[in-house]
Design a protein. Structure first.
Length: 143
């Protein structure tokens, strides 16, 4: 009996019409880099891990507060360029190199991130590219 159910389910899945999906759309793709800063898939935006570089692409500022402000500004730019709003953010992952920086980072984060705050994980990492103290990735969903 179970074997027949499995065969029937497979037959259905193999012959069922495929749903049409919106084309994925890359945001800020730079051919010199191996990734896009964001990708829109349907009504969801996936923001790649972002840091707060200056106009020359270098991470500046030695404080976690400065780097957090810059990083959130970069995320906002990607979010808005994709046609989303910061209030569409539903999940954020924060990577920090020093857990002692988290309280200071939280003060900036609370001030700049919209309410209600997105779900969040904070992860300590051994290091980040460019000697950054922080990197943030995010997911936004349009309702």
């Amino acid at each position: 009996m179970t074997k027949h159910l499995i065969r029937a389910a497979l037959a259905f899945l193999l012959t069922a019409p495929l749903a049409t999906h919106a084309q994925n759309k890359a945001i800020d793709f730079n051919p010199k880099m191996p990734f896009s800063n964001g990708v829109v898939a349907g009504n969801t935006l996936y923001v790649a891990g972002q840091q707060g570089p200056d106009d020359n692409g270098k991470v500046t500022g030695t404080t976690i507060e400065f780097q957090t402000e810059r990083t959130i500004a970069v995320i906002q730019r990607v979010v808005e360029k994709a046609g989303f709003k910061m209030t569409d953010l539903v999940n954020v992952t924060v990577y920090v190199t020093d857990l002692n920086d988290v309280p200071k980072m939280n003060e900036v984060y609370k001030r700049l991130m919209p309410n209600p705050k997105p779900a969040r994980a904070t992860v300590k990492v051994a290091g980040l590219i460019g000697d950054a103290k922080i990197e943030i990735s995010a997911i936004a969903v349009k309702q």
